[in-house]
Each structure stands twice: as C-alpha cells, then as structure tokens.
Design a protein around this ligand. Structure first.
Ligand code: PEP
Ligand code: MN
Length: 339
C-alpha cells in the first residue's frame, strides 16, 4: 500500500502515520522527496479499513496495491483455471462452451423441444430456471424440483449438461443430483451465507455479477466460495444497472478482459439478461466471443412469444442456430473454437 503525505506535512505528522501503520502490522519504507513524503506499507493478511488511514492528519491519499482477494486473484494460478464439467467438457480451455435454453422450465414439451434445438445447433449445456428470482412476487416463480427432473430428462435425451439457479441454502442438497453447474443469480451475488455453503459443495458454481456490483465485489464473492474449498467457480457478466433505459441492463463487455487480467477464473457472458432485447443478443454474443469470453449463457425458447418469463430476450431456435454459425467464424480469429 502507498500512503502519500500532504505537501508540507511536518515530521511529527509523518511519524504519527508511520507509528499507526506499524501498530496495525505493516513494515514501512519511507521515501522523502523535495516536496512530499511517500510511505510504502508492506504486509499481508492485515485486516484494515483504508478510510481510517485517509482520515489521519497529514495524509493526502492512500492506494492499495495488492488485491483483497487471494484465491480468486490471477497470481494464485497465473496459468488460468480450467473448470472440468462432466462428459469431458471444460470451461476455460480452448473451446468456448455455449449454455442455452429457456429462462424457466415451463413444461415437458417446452424443455424437450428447446433442448433438441439448442443441442442440434451446438450448445453443450442446457439452461432452465426451476427457482426464479422474479422482481414481482406475483410473477411465475418456477416449478421447483419438478422442473429439475424435466431439465435432467431433456439433458440426458440430447446429451447436454444441465445448469440451474440455486436461490437458497435449503435447495442445495435437493438440486445436486439434477444439475452439473449450480448458478448463483445476480440478486444473490452477495448472499454470503449461500456462497459459504456453496464453498462446501464439490460441484462447479457459475456466479453472476450483481446488478450494481463492481468487478472487485464479484471477485470477493468468488473468494467466499473458494475459501470454503470449492475452486470450481465460473464468473458471469450479465449486464449492470446504469442510467441507460433503452436496454434492460448495460452489457459490460470490458468486464471480460478485465476479469481475465485480475483473475484466473473462467468468464461467461450472458447477453440475454445483458440487453433484455432479442435483437441485441446476437451482436453482444459475437462481441463477447471476440473479447475473450470462455462461455456464453443464452436464453432460447421453442416459442418465445408464449414464454412465461423473459420471452422478449429469448432467441428463436433458428436465430440461435444462425448465431452459432457466426460464432464458429469469430472464435478462430481469437484463437478459440466453438462446438
Ligand atoms: C437467469 O439467468 O435465469 C437469471 C435470473 O439471471 P440474472 O440472475 O442474471 O438476473
Ligand atoms: Mn431470464
């Protein structure tokens, strides 16, 4: 950490700051220039609030240099993490994994027909909500365990792995036999009790960025899961809340290269929730692959106009198939391939 003292801060103020830093466990290296003094504070595992240092008399500014997340940070595994799913499918390797399916599992016919279409187009993982975090308590909340059974059945029939959202701790044991990836939704990104429990599970977790979360907060949430011993964490950008109202959210494509710089964990892009509009999903999916996404999460429905949730952002099967063809051309340009 770097502590820059104000110009003209006298020796007494400088000594007070040094004493404070030493007291909380730092080793201090001092550099005195013609106009100001800069203190380099070195130490690891020290729990402190940076604002308390900024408030000390004579301090101009304080900058943290090391990241507050240790396990999720790039330096923990500079070579990057490959999360191994079942059936030899890896997330974070050369192949970009496409996860596709409806927002929610509605009926047997709906999930079977959508699964068939996305499998044919080249998706490797079937998505579908069984527990839905809806903004309104009066909206469809999902079919629960029944939906998970249907998802598994459709996955097995069309050789697709399965991902579904877990909303609370009590659902974890029930969900484990049905899903290959447990999804943590944007609204639960900072449900720390849920994250801690998922740290005890030995199954990959896809962690979505919160609606108003910084990338540092996303990585700190991943740290909660990893601190419990589950290192199979896949991150996901799904759009953030900004002042723009044209789209449902603002898809932050820059999150992809930023996460790759800050972390070793694989990064997914969800252009469906990221834009909320069907006609914007394919351009953002193409941009995500170009920007280095390791996986995509895309809503596809066999009959989007009749969808019970998120129909407006769900692709028709033909649109999805066309998108996959386009992605097969873009991926090699950035050294990747796609199924
Ligand atoms: C979803 O993917 O089903 C979902 C609810 O997304 P988010 O948590 O990003 O809103
Ligand atoms: Mn949805």
């Amino acid at each position: 950490m770097i502590v820059a003292m104000q110009e003209g801060a006298d020796e007494q103020l400088i000594q007070q700051v040094i004493e404070h830093l030493v007291k909380i466990g730092f080793e201090v290296h001092r550099s005195t220039g013609a106009r100001m003094t800069v203190l380099g504070a070195v130490g690891s595992g020290i729990d402190f609030d940076i604002r308390n240092l900024e408030l000390l008399p004579g301090v101009q500014e304080v900058h943290r240099i090391s990241s507050p997340y240790k396990l999720a940070g790039r330096s923990f595994r500079p070579e990057g993490t490959i999360v191994k799913l079942a059936n030899g499918i890896d997330v974070g390797g050369n192949e970009i994994v496409v996860m596709a399916g409806p927002c929610s599992v509605e009926s047997r016919e709906q999930i079977l027909s959508t699964a068939e279409a996305v499998a044919k187009a080249g998706a490797k993982v079937l998505r579908g909500g069984a527990f839905k975090p809806r903004s309104s308590p009066y909206s469809f909340q999902g079919h629960g365990e029944e939906a998970l059974k249907l998802l598994r059945e459709a996955g097995e029939k069309f050789k697709l792995l399965v991902i579904s959202e877990v909303m609370e701790i009590s659902q974890i044991p029930m969900m484990l036999p049905y899903v290959d990836i447990l999804q943590v939704g944007a609204r639960n990104m900072q449900n720390f009790n849920l994250l801690r429990e998922l740290g005890k599970v030995r199954k990959p977790v896809l962690l979505k960025r919160g609606i108003a979360a910084t990338l540092e907060e996303l990585l700190l949430s991943a740290e909660y899961i990893m601190a419990g011993g589950n290192y199979d964490v896949i991150l996901c950008e799904r759009g953030i809340r900004t002042f723009e109202t044209y789209t449902r959210n603002t898809m932050d494509i820059s999150a992809i290269p930023i996460i790759h710089k800050l972390s070793h964990l694989p990064m997914t892009a969800d252009p469906s929730h990221g834009t909320g509009r069907r006609d914007k999903v394919s351009p953002m999916a193409r941009a995500s692959v170009a920007a280095g996404a390791d996986a995509l999460l895309i809503e596809v429905h066999c009959d989007p106009n009749k969808a019970w949730s998120d129909g407006a952002q769900s692709l028709f099967p033909e649109q999805f198939s066309k998108l996959m063809d386009e992605l097969r051309m873009i991926a090699p340009a950035v050294g990747r391939k796609i199924g």
